[in-house]
Design a protein around this ligand. Structure first.
Ligand code: PLP
Length: 359
């Protein structure tokens, strides 16, 4: 029996997608082989690869002057690749709203000046700081945000006004959750294993003019965006099966109304869960209300033992992976696109029952 999986990532995938992958596992199309077994240089695989990129373009409405790249190394490698490739003048602005944003900021310090524009560390990253664009460096190479904070459950509801400075966004845990205007960004990156597919591939959407030619430098080949772009992300063997799975997820998103419909469903699920928390005497959500994430909902009872009892009881009831990130504790329900409304309803019902029994 399948459980309701609230993991932050790798996370739940649509059951239809898993079933389709299962049906194609041993023989894909007319190829007589699994996608896993295909040469990455074969015509069959290339169609899978190009289909995934084309679907991402279609679903996100990516303008023609942006490239879609498939890279390995997770979002973590983008903490390095972004400053390495984009720091021409050697300075960039950062907003630190959580652990991932903090890591991106720390890594960038190795390569240039990484200005800290604002941080919400003073209140355990429970809010998104107000930004004053007068404090931004007008001459920076880029401005970095982590748009949805997977660990603490906050989300930027409006984007910083960075003018001509390219906005770089870590969208790992919110990509495909709602429509976005890609033209507002210089670069978007997202590891797949939150809301797009299995782990193994990270998607980079980069404005063409930000792709630098670094070929006659000592710069590591595999860390140059241009190498991925010049080779259709096939310079070396890409994570072929992960890319195939992302293609199936994107097809599912498209067939289920696209990003506008995802947003409606995600708002509905989040409202059910936040309402239950707000109406409870036992559970509370530490996040500043306007900054609440639609994807990652954090909550606590205020008593660590009770939190543990809740997580164990929920697991026994088929509601799994509700423990908060190892650095913060408490509970976290990640309710990505693939989490059905019924899963959130089952969680809310369990919370009510738990509160009654443990009041
Ligand atoms: C999960 C996550 C990361 C880390 O991703 P890896 O693929 O493990 O490197 C970075 N940023 C955000 C916002 C995340 O949710």
């Amino acid at each position: 029996m399948r459980v309701y999986n609230f993991s932050a990532g790798p996370a739940v995938l649509p059951e239809e997608v898993l079933k389709k992958a299962a049906s194609e596992m041993t023989e894909y199309g007319g190829s007589g082989q699994s996608v896993m077994e295909m040469s990455h240089r074969s015509k069959e695989y290339e169609a899978v690869h190009d289909n995934c990129a084309a679907l991402l373009r279609e679903v996100m409405g990516i303008p023609d002057n942006y490239k879609v790249l498939f890279i390995q190394g997770g979002a973590h490698m983008q903490f390095e690749m972004v400053p390495l490739n984009l720091m021409v003048k050697g300075k960039a602005d950062f907003v630190v709203t959580g652990q991932w944003a903090g890591k991106a900021h720390s890594e960038a310090k190795k390569y240039g000046t990484a200005n800290l524009i604002a941080s919400s560390k003073d209140k355990t990253f429970s809010y998104i700081p107000e930004l004053d664009s007068a404090s931004f460096d007008k001459d920076a190479d880029f401005f970095h945000i982590c748009e949805n904070n997977t660990i603490f459950g906050t989300k930027f509801k409006s984007l910083p006004e960075t003018g001509n400075v390219p906005l770089v966004s870590d969208m790992s845990s919110c990509i495909l959750s709602e429509p976005v205007d890609v033209s507002k960004y210089g670069l978007i990156y997202a590891c797949a294993q939150k809301n797009m597919g299995p782990s193994g591939v990270t998607i980079v959407i980069i404005r063409e003019d930000l792709i630098r030619d670094l070929s006659d430098t000592k710069f590591p080949t595999m860390l140059q965006y241009k190498v991925y772009d010049d080779n259709n992300s096939l310079y070396n063997t890409p994570p072929t099966y992960s890319i195939y799975m992302c293609g199936l997820v994107l097809e599912w998103v498209k067939n289920n109304g696209g990003l506008a419909a995802m947003k409606v469903k995600n708002e509905k699920k989040a409202a059910i869960l936040y309402d239950a928390i707000d109406n409870s005497k036992m559970f509370s959500n530490p996040v500043n209300k306007p900054d609440r994430s639609l994807m990652n909902v954090t909550f606590v009872t205020g008593n660590e033992d009770l939190d543990k009892k809740f997580i164990a009881g929920a697991k026994a009831a088929g509601l799994v992976n509700l423990g908060g990130h190892r650095s913060v504790g408490g509970m976290r329900a990640s309710i990505y696109n693939a989490m059905p409304v019924e899963g959130v309803q089952a969680l809310v019902d369990f919370m009510k029952k738990f509160e009654e029994e443990n009041a």
